[in-house]
Design a protein around this ligand. Sequence first.
Ligand SMILES: Nc1nc2c(ncn2[C@@H]2O[C@H](COP(=O)(O)OP(=O)(O)OP(=O)(O)O)[C@@H](O)[C@H]2O)c(=O)[nH]1
Ligand SMILES: [Mg+2]
Length: 325
Amino acid sequence: MTTARSRRAPDVPALVEQARAGQPRAVARLISLVEDQSPALREVMALLAPHAGAARVVGITGSPGVGKSTSTSALVAAYRRRGLRVGVLAVDPSSPFSGGALLGDRVRMQEHAVDAGVFIRSMASRGHLGGLSWATPQALRVLSAAGCDVVLVETVGVGQAEVQVASLADTTLVLLAPGMGDGIQAAKAGILEVADVFVVNKADRDGADSVVRDLRNMLSLGDRRTDDGWRVPILRTSAAKGEGIDEVVDEVERHGAWLAETGRLDAGRRARAADEVEAIALTSLRARIGDLRGGDLLPGLAGRVVAGTVDPYTAADELVAAVTS
Ligand SMILES: Nc1nc2c(ncn2[C@@H]2O[C@H](COP(=O)(O)OP(=O)(O)OP(=O)(O)O)[C@@H](O)[C@H]2O)c(=O)[nH]1
Ligand SMILES: [Mg+2]
C-alpha cells in the first residue's frame, strides 16, 4: 500500500500549497523528492521560486562528537523562545542512506518533535557529484517556503564535503571541544577559513581554556579578516546544560546584521545560486554526454582522435555542440 502510494506521481501543486501552509507531512514529502532527485523537482522548484529565500541559514559543523546535535537542539529551543520558526537539516555527506547514522540525532531532537514551529529532517546527499551543492539548497528552499525564519544545517566535519556545506550557510558556526585534538584537525580541514563564529563546547570540561587559547593564537596568525571588518568571536558553551546558547544566537544575529549592512548577505546568496545553477547544468550535461555513449557520435570522435585525424579539444567541442544544440 505505502509503496504503491509513494510510487504514484505526486500532486505537486497540492503538496507545495500544503507545505506553504506549514504542514509537516508535505514538507517532509517535498524534501524526500529532493533527496531522491525526483523528476517532479522541476515543477516543485518552479512553484517554490517566488516563495523561497527568506530563511536565515546557519551552518553548524565540527568533528564527530563535538556536540553539534546537542547544540542544534539547544539552539532550536533558544530560537523558539524568541518566537521564530526553525528548520533543522542534518546533512550526512558520506551516507547513501538517511536516518541511519543520524538516528541518534532524531532521538535527541525528540523534545522538539511535537512543536509545530519546528521542522526536523536528516538528509543524505547520495554521494554523487554535485549532490551537496544542489540537494541542500533545494531542501533549504522547501523549508524557507514553509515559513522557517531560521534553518540550522548540521554536518559532520569530514573535510572537503563539510567545508562545501558550510559555504551554503549565511553564518557558519564551527564547534570545537576540549580533549579532541581539534586544533590540528581544524587547521587541516581548513575549518578556520569557514568559521564566522567559533564555539568551544563542553566548557564544563577541563581544557576548554586551552582550546580557546589555541584558537586565539591560530586566528591571530591567520588574521584573514582584517580587511572585511568581522572579527570572528570565540564563545564557550555547555550545550548539554543549555549554557551560553543565547550568546551564540546573539552573535549569529550580529553577524547577520553585519552581512546585510555590508552587502555580503546578498553577494553570498548570489554566489551560492551560481554554484547551484552550475551544478544542475553540469549534471544535465553529464547525463546527455552519457546518453551519447550508446550512440555513434562519441565512438566516432574517439576513433578519429585515435587515428590522429582530429585533436581531442576539437572533438570535445563537437561533443559539447552536439549535446547543447
Ligand atoms: N560534558 C559535556 N558533554 C556534552 C556537551 N554537549 C554534548 N555533550 C555530549 O557529547 C556527546 C556527543 O554529542 P552530540 O551532540 O551527539 O555530538 P555531534 O557533534 O552531533 O556528534 P556526531 O553527529 O556524531 O558528529 C554526547 O554524549 C553529548 O551528551 C557539553 O556541553 N558538555
Ligand atoms: Mg550529530
